[in-house]
Design a protein around this ligand. Structure first.
Ligand code: ADP
Length: 382
């Protein structure tokens, strides 16, 4: 007789300062006997989650499509209740993965951490409280919302370290998905700039620059040996906060859209504005931002672009100093700040290459903000 896995459903959660990331493992090797005896609630939850994350099935990421879809849906998130599905934003699936001997598909779901109360009400309405469940969670919210999970949906949060989870998730995703890691070739040339797959199978040592609400920099020497070497509070939260204040926009998607249409040189004072050209002696190119000043004809778009460029360049500069100090030449950037954000990625790619005279490489990942949640899912054992 088949053994019914009473530990299902399998989730991993990363409850961050801005976003809650949820990874769900959908078993694909369910036998008929197993299906027959699967409790109804579990079946319903599986159907619900997989149905609502079905788009993106190709596993391709169409950035434009995604900005559009998510931008649209995102504004609908105020209404939970019956339209609760709107709260789920799905990212590309990861198919044919093996976890604890089971074959299945990983689903990636996120919603604002500020919507946690509504999320729990939704989970409750789907019968979640009737399942005996432990969910592995990381991020500050795993502490903050622990009691709410227990009270609302009878769920125990098993807490894991954020960086341990991040690393485990990264290793797993890279091993399972051959196109997880990539870099940008010719990042300054709009016509021939492309994403190129990067073989990350022999990665050590490398630097992780995780750009979430804030930024953490980790130096990783082996699968288990790493240290947090630096960080800054000027990260994705600062960008979004400043951008909303400066431009009146309301969402991250909108901020990125504005930035894409803007020109930071209308705001920034460049080296060439000061020198009339490059400052060759110290290798400072003319288009380098030297300082910032107020100009009269600055648009919202320009302000958004300048904010994005400022925050990104600061992170790039910290990343480079850390890499130099640790004598590491591969720098992996991750975190949801990079979501639908090719401007920041290309800027980081260019800056790392230029200032290191081609010795350092900026790498990026398809599931940019989900590694903590994936790592949590993997650490679960009952
Ligand atoms: P955290 O764990 O701190 O929440 P994340 O890696 O999830 O960090 O990144 C949060 C950042 O991602 C935000 O500060 C913002 O810059 C960016 N971001 C991307 N998409 C969204 C979104 N839909 N809503 C809010 N912030 C977003």
């Amino acid at each position: 007789a088949p053994v019914i896995d009473i530990t299902m459903p399998w989730f991993g959660m990363d409850i961050g300062g801005s976003l809650c990331k949820l990874v769900y493992f959908e078993p694909k090797d369910i036998t008929k006997d197993e299906a027959d005896s699967e409790v109804e609630t579990l079946r319903n939850i599986r159907r619900y989650l997989t149905k609502n994350s079905a788009y993106g099935k190709t596993g391709h990421r169409d950035t434009h499509l995604q900005v559009h879809e998510m931008g649209q849906n995102w504004r609908g998130t105020a209404h939970f209740g019956d339209a609760a599905t709107a709260c789920f934003m799905a990212s590309p699936l990861m198919e044919d993965v093996y976890i604890r001997g089971r074959k299945g598909t990983l689903h990636f779901i996120r919603f604002p951490s500020s919507e946690m109360v509504n999320f729990l009400a939704l989970a409750k309405s789907k019968g979640m409280a009737n399942l005996v469940t432990t969910v592995c969670a990381t991020g500050g919210g795993a502490y903050k919302f622990e009691e709410d999970f227990r009270r609302e949906v009878n769920m125990k949060l098993e807490k894991f370290d954020e960086f341990d989870s991040l690393l485990k998730g990264l290793q797993f995703a890279d091993a399972q998905n051959p196109s997880e890691c990539y870099y940008w070739a010719s990042p300054t040339d709009d016509t021939c700039c492309t994403k190129i797959n990067y073989d990350f199978s022999n990665p050590y040592p490398f630097l992780i620059v995780n750009i979430g609400s804030g930024v953490s920099v980790l130096a990783v020497y082996s699968p288990t040996n790493y240290k947090r070497i630096s960080g800054t509070s000027l990260g994705g939260g600062t960008f979004l906060g400043l951008c909303c204040l400066l431009t009146g926009c309301n969402t991250f998607e909108e901020a990125i859209q504005l930035a894409a249409e803007g020109d930071n040189t209308n705001v920034d004072k460049l080296v060439r504005d000061i020198y009339g050209g490059d400052y060759e002696r110290f290798g400072l190119p003319g288009d380098l931002v030297a300082s910032r000043e107020r100009r009269s004809k600055v648009s919202r778009q320009d302000l958004a672009r300048a904010t994005l460029v400022t925050i990104t360049n600061n992170i790039g500069s910290i990343a480079r100093m850390c890499a130099t100090q640790e004598k590491i030449d591969r720098v992996v950037f991750m975190g949801n700040f990079l979501r639908v954000n090719p401007i920041a990625m290309k800027l980081l790619a260019y800056a790392m290459d230029y200032w290191s005279k081609g010795t350092m490489k900026a790498l990026f990942l398809e599931h940019e903000g989900y590694f903590g949640a994936i790592g949590c899912l993997l650490q679960f054992h009952n």
